[in-house]
Design a protein around this ligand. Structure first.
Ligand code: IPE
Ligand code: IPE
Ligand code: MG
Length: 258
C-alpha cells in the first residue's frame, strides 16, 4: 500500500507507533480555523462551530500528552477578529468565559500549565480574572503547557516588544547596543517559550493570518483541510508524522552533504 494511504487510514494507535519518540516536536502551534464553515455546512449558526471546537481542543491536549509534545499554543482570537459582527464576538467571549470556568479543574487535575499570549487589556474584566486564576493555579505545572493566543497579533507582538525596549533604553536601564535577537525575544508575549517546531493550520486556508510572525522563522508549516471541530488525535499524529519526514536545516546543510 502507498505510504500516504497507509498513514491517512491508520488508526490513532497505529499512528502513534509510527512516530519516532526521539523526534517529537517540543512546541506545536495551531491556527484553529474552519469553525464557521463547519457550522454552515450543517445549517447551524457559526457559534455552534466554535462550541464544537472545544472537543478538538480536548483531543489535541490529550494527543500532546500521549506523544510527548511539551507546549501547545492555540490561536483562539486574533487582533483582527474584533472585525466580526458584535454578536459573534460576544458569543466567543461567552464561550471562553464558560470554557475557563469549566476546564480549570481539568487543567489542574492533568497537571497542565496554562499561559496566555496576547493583549489582554482589551478583554472583558471577568475573563481577565479567570485567565489569571487559571495561570496561578497551574503555574507549577511544567510537563505540558497550554499557551492560549488571545487577542493576539504577530505585528502587535513585535511592536509592543519594540516599545517596551525603547522605554527601557530611554530610562537608561538598557543600552541600545545590548539589543539583539535573544534580548528581543524576551520582550515578546511568548518570552520563556521556545519557538514552535511545528505550526498546523486547519480549515484549508494557506496563510498565517498574523500569527506568531517572529517566532515561526524556522517552524515547519503544515496545512490541512479538516475543519477545526473535526480535528482529532489522529490528525495531530499525522501532522507530526509529516513533520518527522522533513529535514530541518536552519540554513545549514544536511549531515550527509557536509
Ligand atoms: C476559527 O474559525 C475561529 C476563530 C477565528 C475565532 P472561523 O470562525 O474563522 O471559521 P471559518 O474560517 O469562518 O470557517
Ligand atoms: C485566524 O483565523 C485566527 C484564529 C484562528 C483565531 P481567521 O479565520 O480569523 O483568519 P482569516 O480571516 O481567514 O485570515
Ligand atoms: Mg476562519
Amino acid at each position: 500500500m502507498d505510504e500516504r494511504v497507509k498513514v491517512t487510514e491508520a488508526s490513532e494507535e497505529e499512528l502513534l507507533l509510527l512516530l519516532d519518540p526521539t523526534r517529537i516536536p517540543t512546541h506545536v502551534a495551531i491556527i484553529m480555523d474552519g469553525n464557521g464553515r463547519w457550522a454552515r455546512e450543517r445549517g447551524l449558526p457559526r457559534i455552534a462551530g466554535h462550541r464544537a471546537g472545544k472537543e478538538a481542543i480536548r483531543q489535541t491536549l490529550e494527543g500532546c500528552r500521549d506523544c510527548g509534545v511539551k507546549i501547545l499554543t492555540l490561536f483562539a482570537f486574533s487582533t483582527e477578529n474584533w472585525r466580526r459582527p458584535p454578536d459573534e464576538v460576544e458569543a466567543l467571549m461567552e464561550l471562553l468565559r464558560e470554557a475557563l470556568r469549566e476546564e480549570v479543574d481539568t487543567l489542574v487535575r492533568n497537571k497542565i500549565g496554562f499561559k496566555v499570549s496576547g493583549d489582554l487589556d482589551a478583554m472583558p474584566l471577568e475573563i481577565r480574572e479567570e485567565l489569571r486564576r487559571a495561570m496561578d493555579l497551574t503555574k507549577e505545572n511544567k510537563e505540558l503547557i497550554l499557551n492560549l493566543a488571545l487577542n493576539y497579533g504577530g505585528r502587535r507582538d513585535i511592536v509592543l516588544a519594540a516599545k517596551r525596549i525603547a522605554r527601557e533604553v530611554q530610562a537608561n536601564r538598557l543600552s541600545w547596543e545590548a539589543i539583539d535577537e535573544d534580548l528581543f525575544r524576551n520582550y515578546l508575549y511568548t518570552a520563556g517559550l521556545p519557538d514552535p517546531d511545528l505550526l498546523i493550520r486547519t480549515g484549508g486556508e494557506i496563510r498565517l493570518s498574523n500569527f506568531l510572525l517572529w517566532q515561526i522563522a524556522y517552524t515547519e508549516l503544515y496545512f490541512c483541510d479538516v475543519y477545526w471541530p473535526d480535528f482529532r488525535k489522529h490528525h495531530l499524529f499525522q501532522a507530526i508524522y509529516e513533520y518527522q519526514k522533513r529535514q530541518r536545516r536552519f540554513g545549514g546543510l544536511d549531515a550527509q552533504e557536509r
